[in-house]
Design a protein around this ligand. Sequence first.
Ligand code: NAD
Ligand code: UFG
Length: 336
Amino acid sequence: MKILVTGGTGYIGSHTCVQLIEKGWQPVIIDSLVNSKISVLDRIQQITGTRPTFIEGDVRNADLLQKVLTEHAIEAVIHFAGLKSVGESVNLPLKYYDNNVHGSVVLIQAMKQCHVKTLVFSSSATVYGDASEPPWNEQVPTAPTNPYGQSKLMVDQIMADVSISDAAWSMTSLRYFNPVGAHPSGLMGEDPQGVPNNLMPFLAQVAVGRREALQVFGNDYPTPDGTGVRDYIHVTDLASGHVAALGYAHGRSGHFIFNLGSGQGISVLQMHHAFSAACGRALPFVLSPRRPGDIAAYWADPEHAQRTFNWEAKKSIDDMCQDTWRWQSQNPNGYP
Ligand code: NAD
Ligand code: UFG
């Protein structure tokens, strides 16, 4: 199967391309490189022996999309391309709606034009409201609190509406919890530009000496150790979730929604402890005030994916930290 992978040189997309190739499928990547580097392709080739076809371009370019879908005889699309900084989305909402929502509409229109009707989309747990007790299943009411989350929910809704309008569509929204970790080879991983917003890449940069100390945002939450609790999922488990979801959805009609998480809640201090063990020294941290907009604790109920396409996250917190450390220590400044 030939699969168009938008955003395929990014963090989750690149790990998914590796597994698509290992499955015998052929990824064709389109990426604007706005948040990734072309050298990712060398790493995919080093790991798999295959260099995926790459087209530099923007998903908002309808003509380019139609050309790629047709010329490469694409059968399905996995749509990772998007912007993902919650804070930036609050300050620049139009940039987020244009890139994430308009970009998805252009993509779906081009797919319709070219009769490619299988789409798997990167949605997020951030679409859920925080009123429900964890674990969160797919029925938890949605209530995103920022433009980034809104943009994901809008695309989920567009996919639902389009699939109702035409039974030939197979639409799948995968709602990721917190993706972390790296390829076990140490060749691929997360490479944020500037100061990392997220816990794991920040810890990794403290470990290699690029940052002085981790700030723990709040230790007065109603959680066992007072710090925020999240559901961290290893990026290779997340990648295998895409392969499994696509295998299930291709040829089935409708809009499917699945949570992809481990089902386990881990605190900031537990993660700090595991990373310190992985890199062999107690990493410095300071207790800081809560980060505005954060919630205390949530994790996934991933049973729907397990029951439907027999997928579950297998890797432990120690695997996530060891693999991130291998990637970061071998590539202290990220991709060349
Ligand atoms: P990433 O930034 O590493 O990858 C996204 C890729 O898309 C980048 O390579 C970027 O250059 C490309 N891109 C962005 N806008 C584009 C456009 N208009 N046209 C073409 N290419 C474009 O991010 P990631 O962590 O791999 O996330 C992938 C997807 O998963 C995103 O849609 C993100 O919102 C979603 N997601 C991520 C997380 C997370 O915590 N990492 C959680 C939930 C959902
Ligand atoms: N944290 C710190 N210090 C840091 C960074 C984070 O203590 O330097 C804490 C946060 O307060 C939170 C936990 O670590 O308790 C996780 O924070 P992240 O920023 O790593 O992740 P979030 O859960 O805030 O959000 C992430 C992505 C969103 C996505 C969401 C999906 O950033 O885009 O997961 O559940 F939508």
